[in-house]
Write a protein that binds this ligand. Structure first.
Ligand code: NAD
Length: 315
C-alpha cells in the first residue's frame, strides 16, 4: 500500500529535498509537507503544504487525521551551532517534537516514524577514526545531548511499545538547493557560494579540521532506503552510523582550485571550532551496509563538480 506521508520541518535543508524525492516516488498527493514557515517556490508548488508547529501535539494529531497519515518524517530541530546559543529552546524543540510523534505511533495513529540523529551524538572521548556503531558516547553540545537522548527514547519506544521508528546519524550534509540551517559543517556549502561570488572564502574552521560529510543525494537515498527496508532488517533501533567521505577545509579548497585556479581561502576559527573538535573524523557504517544495503555514491571530487555546476546554473 502506498504510504501517506507527513514531513515536519519540510522547508529546511534536508526536508525540502526529501519532500521532492518522496513526491517523485509516491505521488504529490501522498506527501504532505509542513513547517512553521513557507519554503521555496518549487517546494510550495509541488504538492500539499500545512503550516504546523512541531511542538503542538494537538495540531500534529489533527493533521495526521485530516490527511490519513501513515508515516511521519520529523525533520524540525535546532541545529548544533544555533543550539549552543539557545540551549533551553533547542532542548524543548528537539525533545518535545520527538515525543509527540513517538506517542502518536505508540497510540497506533501512525505506522512508521523517521527521525534523524547526527554524528554530534559522539563526543571528545569517542574514538575519532572509524567511529564504531557502539562506542563511548559523551556528547558535549546541547544538540548532541538532545540527539543521544532522542536515540535512547527511539529504542525504548521500539522495545517497549513496538513503535516502528527508524533513524540514521547524518554526517555534515552538502547541498545546493536550500541554504543550511545553522550547523557546524555549513562551511562546506558556503565555500562554494563564495568561490563563485567572490573567488575567496574565510573559513570558520581550521584548515586541518577533518569531519565526516555526505552529498545530499546520498543522504536522501539513505533516508528513503531505510524507510523502505523490511522491518526485520532494521536491527538497530537507536540510530545507524552512516558515512560517505571525510575531508578538511584545505582538501576541499584544493578541489575547488582545480576548477577555479584563482580561488583563495583564509582561516578564522570561531566558536564552531570547539564543536567540530569534539566530533569524529571518520565513521564505520558497516551495520548499515549489512542490515539494509547502504552504500554512498559521491566522493569529494563529484561533490565539487555537482555543487559548482548546479550553483552556476542558478546565477
Ligand atoms: P534546517 O534547520 O535546515 O531545517 C529545519 C526546518 O525545521 C526549518 O525549515 C525550520 O523552519 C523548521 N522548524 C523549526 N522549528 C520548527 C517548529 N517548531 N515546527 C515546525 N518546523 C520547525 O535543518 P536540516 O539541516 O534540514 O536538518 C533536518 C534534521 O536533520 C534535523 O533533525 C537535524 O538535526 C538533522 N541533521 C542535519 C544535518 C545537516 O548537515 N543538515 C546533519 C545531521 C543531522
Amino acid at each position: 500500500m502506498t504510504p501517506r506521508i507527513l514531513i515536519i520541518g519540510a522547508c529546511g535543508q534536508i526536508g525540502s529535498e526529501l519532500t521532492l524525492a518522496l513526491r517523485d516516488m509516491y505521488g504529490s498527493e501522498h506527501v504532505i509537507a509542513s513547517d512553521i514557515r513557507e519554503g521555496h517556490e518549487e517546494l510550495m508548488q509541488s504538492g500539499p503544504f500545512e503550516i504546523l508547529d512541531a511542538t503542538d501535539k494537538e495540531h500534529i494529531t489533527a493533521c495526521v487525521k485530516k490527511h490519513g497519515i501513515t508515516d511521519i518524517y520529523l525533520m524540525a530541530a535546532m541545529l548544533s551551532a544555533t543550539a549552543e546559543k539557545y540551549p533551553d529552546k533547542a532542548w524543548a524543540l528537539n525533545m518535545n517534537s520527538l515525543f509527540h510523534v513517538l506517542d502518536l505511533a505508540k497510540d497506533k495513529q501512525v505506522e512508521k516514524i523517521f527521525w534523524p540523529s547526527s554524528i554530534a551524538v559522539f563526543g571528545p572521548s569517542t574514538p575519532k577514526q572509524d567511529t564504531p556503531q557502539q562506542t563511548v558516547m559523551e556528547p558535549s553540545t546541547v544538540y548532541g545531548i538532545s540527539k543521544l537522548a532522542g536515540e535512547r527514547w527511539c529504542e525504548y519506544y521500539f522495545k517497549n511499545y513496538g513503535v516502528d521508528v527508524r533513524s540514521i546519524r547524518y554526517p555534515g550534509l552538502i547541498s545546493w538547493k536550500t541554504k543550511p540551517g545553522g550547523g557546524t559543517t555549513d562551511y562546506a556549502i558556503d565555500i562554494y557560494h563564495k568561490a563563485l561570488e567572490k573567488g575567496t572564502y574565510e573559513c570558520f574552521l581550521k584548515k586541518d579540521t577533518t569531519l565526516p560529510m555526505m552529498y545530499m543525494d546520498d543522504a536522501i537515498a539513505a533516508t528513503t532506503n531505510i524507510m523502505k527496508a523490511d522491518p526485520e532488517s532494521v536491527k538497530v533501533r537507536s540510530s545507524y552510523n552512516l558515512s560517505a567521505i571525510s575531508f578538511n577545509p584545505e582538501e576541499m579548497a584544493a578541489t575547488i582550485k582545480k576548477r577555479i585556479p584563482d580561488f583563495t581561502i583564509s582561516y578564522a576559527p570561531d566558536f564552531r571550532q570547539k564543536i567540530a573538535d569534539t566530533w569524529p573524523q571518520s565513521i564505520d557504517d558497516s551495520r548499515a551496509h549489512e542490515d539494509w544495503g547502504w552504500k554512498a555514491k559521491y566522493d569529494l571530487d563529484n561533490i565539487t563538480e555537482e555543487m559548482l555546476s548546479n550553483l552556476q546554473s542558478l546565477v
